[in-house]
Design a protein around this ligand. Structure first.
Ligand code: ADP
Ligand code: MG
Length: 462
């Protein structure tokens, strides 16, 4: 059956529609049109580069799966933006509904017959060029550049830590890109700790431990993201310990990120913590006002967007907690403007971002997800960072669910973003948490009182 680009795209839309919320579908997937179809790729056209990138980030895997389902063979899906010059190609994904965010990288050498060169999954946009250095990230950025110039000579390992959405993953990928552009033959691996764990478990089950070990121990550069996820996972820590030693002894560079410094990771073995401290431990902090302005300007110019300086100033003024939050605000504003067919002005920004950015003007501190998380942590006597972690102990589960609930109620933050604020949980976990809080409040008056007290603290300007 020969399909035209339009027919194929409309079938993909139909399948995708059943997998996402109606609102997401309307906002992101309804408007793009089919541009062209070749043997290897379907190209679709989105309104702006921002839309394109958003679709790529959030829906790339889904669209590839849908295309595969329609055609019965893999097909790359590319987005071009109405206002941008080049296509943004999607990586090709395996067809299976993967719960992992990233596809599994091929294992060199393990299958014997696998001729594929090793390709790390690095995000093309996470380069040094696109990283705006401010006071908050000066040290981290300088350390990363130094490592990129002299891997395994200056700081090994390099350990970057800080809150969600502040640029740790971006910097880590930037080093990978730099080393590969110097020498494309270098073996670079990027994995989240979760992926490392899953791969390890899979290899144990399939009796392929030798391949797993070889893969990681033969790297020139190993990037392991969100290492705090290994807390409490003893078998994975043990394996990682040996990988670390092998690479370190062979003078290969290791880079790690975490939401906390090594000494605040009690669920990790001491021998790992001490190794993490051998090199350089450096924090990545939230950007201050000037840096927020610079980041917004850079994003606008990189993406061919016109944003008035008063709009940029408005967002920079109100969006304080992370770079991801800044990006989210711009995306929301663009979506709002395209859905309501209005030009982006200061007053449109105020309307569109009211819920996201808290109160208008400067009366009192702006309500942010982080503030809510901290308040709940204080009331439930746990550490805010622990709430943001993946740990599942009972003392954390309840306050975490309450914090998610209040963030949704007060700020209308999206489920995906809430998931990200709490250690990268997926949106179905967030939905479950919100329901649990409602059910418990209906059942347990004491619990309801606690939640109401927290609510009223948020309503009272401090
Ligand atoms: P983290 O890993 O710390 O949670 P990320 O590296 O994923 O954060 O960054 C979140 C988003 O913000 C990414 O899209 C990234 O490109 C962007 N970003 C973060 N810091 C900067 C910066 N200093 N300049 C430009 N973009 C940034
Ligand atoms: Mg990250």
């Amino acid at each position: 059956m020969e399909l035209t680009a339009e027919e194929l795209w409309s079938k993909i839309q139909e399948i995708a529609r059943a997998s996402v919320s109606e609102q997401s579908f309307r906002t992101w997937l309804e408007a793009p049109t089919a541009a062209s179809l070749s043997n290897d790729a379907l190209t679709i056209k989105a309104g702006s580069r921002f839309h394109g990138e958003w679709i790529e980030d959030k829906y790339g895997p889904l669209l590839s799966q849908c295309a595969h389902r329609v055609l019965g063979r893999p097909l790359a899906v590319c987005v071009i933006a109405g206002d941008a010059p080049g296509p943004i190609p999607f990586p090709e994904y395996e067809y299976e509904p993967p719960r992992n965010e990233r596809p599994v990288v091929p294992t060199p050498g393990s299958g014997g017959a696998d001729p594929l060169p090793f390709r790390p999954q690095l995000n093309d946009r996470y380069t040094f060029d696109r990283f705006v250095v401010g006071l908050n990230t000066q040290l981290a950025a300088a350390a990363c550049r130094a490592v990129a110039q002299k891997p395994a000579r200056m700081y090994n390992p390099l350990f970057l830590y800080g809150g969600v959405g502040l640029g740790k993953t971006h910097l880590m990928h930037a080093i990978g890109h730099e080393l590969l552009s110097d020498d494309p033959g270098r073996r670079v691996a990027y994995v989240s700790s979760e992926q490392f764990t899953n791969e390890l478990v899979g290899s144990i089950q399939n009796g392929q431990m030798a391949g797993f070990r070889r893969k990681y121990r033969e790297m020139d550069l190993l990037l392991v993201d969100d290492i705090h996820f290994l807390e409490g996972k003893e078998r994975t820590q043990e394996e990682f310990f040996h990988t670390f030693n092998a690479l370190y002894d062979a003078q290969k560079q290791i880079i790690l990120t975490s939401d906390r410094p090594p000494k605040d990771l009690p669920g990790l073995e001491n021998r790992l913590i001490s190794r993490f401290e051998w090199g350089l431990v450096v924090d990545v902090k939230a950007p201050e006002y000037e840096t927020r302005m610079a980041i917004l300007r850079k994003k606008a110019s990189d993406d061919g967007l016109t944003l008035d300086s008063e709009v940029i100033d408005y967002i920079a003024h109100h969006c304080k907690s992370s770079v991801r939050e800044l990006e989210g605000a711009v995306i929301k504003l663009l979506a709002y403007s395209s859905l309501t067919h209005q030009e982006i002005t200061l007053s449109l920004a105020e309307t569109a971002l009211k819920g996201v950015l808290g109160r208008k003007g400067d009366e009192g501190p702006v309500l942010s997800p982080e503030r809510i998380r901290e308040m709940v942590a204080r009331r439930w006597r746990v550490r805010p960072e622990a709430l943001a972690s993946k740990r599942r102990t009972k003392d954390l589960t309840v306050p975490r669910q309450v914090a998610m609930f209040l963030i949704k109620e007060k700020l209308g933050t999206s489920l995906v973003q809430i998931g990200e604020l709490f250690g990268g949980r997926d949106h179905s976990t967030v939905i479950h948490s919100l329901r649990r809080v409602e059910e418990e409040m209906a059942k347990d008056p004491e619990f309801k009182r606690q939640v109401d007290d927290a609510r009223s603290e948020l309503d009272t300007p401090s």
